[in-house]
Design a protein around this ligand. Structure first.
Ligand SMILES: [Zn+2]
Length: 389
């Protein structure tokens, strides 16, 4: 049935209505017609189809000024389920959610290198099998598996091309998982998946352009334009971590000098602490010292914020997004970092209007990437523009 669902969603009007219900539920047929400019008969007949398919359900909770209460429509959250995986570099996490992203089951495993492609695939499969065993839902209702994969991904082939920290190449994730579970499988780079998840679940309304930046062990980003991930001509759009900001800077893992990542990733901050403060500390300790009021560490984090602000200023000049959302381990120190970011953008961005670009920290926390994995399937179900067949 999985593929059937996607086929049925290939009607634009149908997914407009489905998405309207998702974002505005509970909502009446009349209200949908009003807000989508579709005619009431079109809305009625499509809603009937969606109810027959089990995607939408009715309730009688509407209010009216006398007479019959209008019937309201909701997404039937238990109609279908999605499996999401956050894969690498340090662990594999797996969840099962309903259509609203409510997490019903979860499991995870640590990754130890060295690792072969076969071993890596086996860990992914084991996690999914564990989830399926734990869960009491009907497996027929699972519409697919979304994988947010560390490193460079070929989205069309569903293949991990380079997983640098795991030291693996050319892992046929989609083929292997589809063969094992007979489900639709989507694979995307983890930072990009996170960006999509942020636009889907992050409560940002209809932001037409958004960039989500993950600052952790590395720096990754995803650009979402009109609800769709932007990959660029060769699939490397959004590689913000490798934006070069110092011609004579330290050599990055990519081989170029002075990438943003060599200044602001978790490891880069630890290195700066060692160099300037002559102390060997973990990122977590840096945050704790700053919180206790240690001025040297507060300054270190402020400086980090300033450098991130320079990277984001470049980003604003290039993409001019309506919103920038930050996530990842480094942002746990947001209290010390965010003011410096905002100040830098305020000082450096060219136009007064763009200086007000909204910069926030994700509310999805450590699960942001997992929600991203799940959203890879949901965008296809709810929006045919994203349907890659
Ligand atoms: Zn680099």
């Amino acid at each position: 049935m999985q593929r059937g669902t996607f086929q049925l969603m290939k009607s634009v009007n149908k997914s407009i209505i489905l998405n309207k219900i998702r974002t505005s539920e509970p909502i009446s047929r009349a209200q949908i017609a009003k807000e989508t400019s579709l005619t009431p008969p079109t809305v009625s007949s499509i809603v009937k189809e969606l109810i027959d398919q089990g995607l939408v359900r009715e309730s009688m909770l509407g209010s009216s000024s006398g007479g019959r209460k209008p019937t309201l429509l909701h997404i039937n959250t238990n109609a279908f389920y999605v499996i999401g995986l956050d894969a690498g570099p340090e662990s594999v996490k797996c969840i099962l959610t309903d259509l609203t992203g409510e997490i019903l089951e979860r499991t995870d495993s640590q990754l130890a290198t060295p690792l072969t492609n076969e071993e890596f695939i086996k860990i992914l499969k084991n996690n999914i099998h564990t989830i399926l065993k734990q869960s009491i839902i009907d497996p027929e209702k699972i519409i697919g598996i979304g994988v947010a994969m560390h490193g460079v991904v070929d989205v069309e082939k569903g293949m991990s091309l380079i997983a640098p920290i795991l030291n693996l190449r050319n892992i046929p994730i989609k083929d292997e998982l589809a063969k094992e579970f007979h489900l639709t499988v989507r694979v995307e780079n983890d930072a990009r998946a996170m960006a999509l998840g942020e636009s889907w679940f992050g409560g940002h309304g209809n932001a037409d352009s958004m960039v989500a930046v993950n600052i952790g062990r590395g720096v990754g980003a995803g650009v979402v334009l009109n609800g769709k991930l932007y990959h660029g001509a060769q699939g490397i759009a959004g590689e913000l971590g490798h934006m070069m900001i110092d011609l004579n800077g330290e050599i990055c893992e990519c081989g170029n000098p002075g990438c943003l990542q060599t200044f602001v990733s978790g490891t880069a901050i630890e290195k700066r602490a060692e160099k300037h403060l002559k102390e060997k500390v973990t990122g977590k300790e840096i945050f704790e010292y700053a919180q206790k009021g240690n001025q040297a560490y507060i300054e270190l984090l402020k400086e980090t914020g300033k450098i991130i602000g320079i990277g984001l200023t470049n980003l604003v000049h290039l993409v001019n997004p309506s919103k920038i959302v930050l996530g990842g381990g480094v942002m746990k120190s947001e209290r010390f970092i965010i003011p410096a970011i905002l100040e830098t953008i305020q000082q450096r961005v060219l136009s007064t209007e763009a200086r007000k670009t909204e910069v926030t920290v994700t509310k999805l926390g450590d699960d942001a990437t997992l929600y991203g994995a799940v959203s890879l399937l949901l965008v296809e179900l709810f929006d045919p523009v994203n349907n890659i067949g």
